[in-house]
Design a protein around this ligand. Structure first.
Ligand code: GLY
Length: 338
């Protein structure tokens, strides 16, 4: 085990650490939660209590949480008992949500098994489920006491899933780690080859950036919103395309749109913005969407209504220079059409 850092997220201590596959499972676990794909990745003692969920976003609904809570009650778990959730963001969000509810909050350890969950979803205390089609509508802020990361698990991750997570890596580099950005520019072949040592370094750096933002702003009243770079545009594409795009690919597309907006607003240098878009293309990301711009604008407006406020955009004005801006729909439509 190698500690990346011990954080304090609004009074919740949280350790992020790297583990080998053999060490991953916390010995004091009372209840293990995984899905059919991820449960096999974590070896655990035979006969250990577990809930194995259906994989995928469709399962991220209340019945899954109900199953976890009922199992915890059947086992007679106490408040100091430990639930361990292993999986991608869907499993880690749901496990931590159930943990936040059980006896008003029991111990939770998370083992992210996808790159996206390692660098983003599992750290920082956002928990929850979808309500019908509305993503993450029900939830809580409840950081796990530990996030156990095993980069070796990434070697078998499907290609699409790997690049999905890498989308969040680019985002994290742009908002908080210029050296990581330089690594991504310089070491493209090593990134594409999933070189283990490099992946460990990338994950460590992403955890440090995200953890610092969450320490400062657990409930997203300010700078934590930087983590949403590319997400307002990206979510609209995901919604309007009927979820044809993976989240990370949509975030990269959305980041390219945010760069276009920054240049059009006179905030960012056009050559810098173009160099980043070229980098995304070189990594194989798609920067053209065939979805109607009007449909994407509608999706953003729905999102705005759902959140009950003005629509915020995270705008990259330069390397490590991120702004929060409120944009007019007419301007957003022009950017979507470009
Ligand atoms: N995934 C963005 C955040 O945790 O704030």
């Amino acid at each position: 085990m190698e500690t990346i850092r011990d954080f304090n997220f609004g009074g919740f201590p949280c350790r992020a650490a790297l583990y080998s596959p053999q060490e991953l499972y916390p010995a004091e676990t009372s209840l293990f939660v995984g899905d059919r794909n991820t449960a096999t990745l974590v070896s655990r003692p035979s006969g250990s209590a577990e809930v194995i969920l259906e994989p995928g976003e469709k399962a991220k609904q209340w019945p899954a949480v109900d199953t976890i809570l009922k199992k915890a009650m059947d086992l007679g778990m106490a408040r100091d008992s430990l639930i361990c959730g292993a999986g991608g963001g869907v499993v880690t969000d749901m496990t931590a949500f159930a943990g936040s509810l059980y006896m008003r909050g029991c111990r939770v350890v998370l083992i992210p098994t996808s790159l996206l969950a390692m660098v983003d979803a599992a750290l920082g205390g956002k928990t929850g489920i979808d309500a019908g089609v509305y993503k993450n509508m029900i939830g809580s802020f409840y950081p796990a006491e530990e996030v156990r990361i095993c980069p070796e698990l990434l070697q078998d991750l499907p290609e699409k899933e790997y690049w999905n997570g890498m989308g969040e890596v680019f985002k994290t580099a742009m908002i908080g780690d210029q050296e990581l950005m330089e690594i991504l520019v310089r070491d493209r072949n090593r990134v594409k080859a999933r070189e283990p040592e490099l992946l460990g370094e990338i994950i460590r750096r992403c955890i440090l950036v995200k953890g610092s933002l969450v320490e400062e702003d657990l409930r997203e009243k300010g700078r934590r919103a930087f983590l949403n770079l590319g997400h307002t545009f990206g979510h609209a594409l995901e919604a309007a395309s009927g979820l044809d795009w993976s989240h990370g690919a949509a975030v990269i597309w959305g980041t390219a749109k945010a760069l276009d907006a920054a240049v059009a607003m006179g905030l960012a240098d056009a050559a810098w913005a173009e160099s980043l878009k070229k980098l995304f293309l070189d990594y194989g990301y798609e920067l053209k969407a065939t979805v109607a711009p009007e449909a994407m604008l509608e999706a953003m407006k729905m999102d705005k209504k759902k959140k009950g406020g003005r629509l915020r955009y995270i705008i990259p004005a330069g390397p490590q220079d991120i702004r929060i801006e409120y944009l007019e729909p007419e301007f957003v439509l022009e950017i979507l059409k470009a």
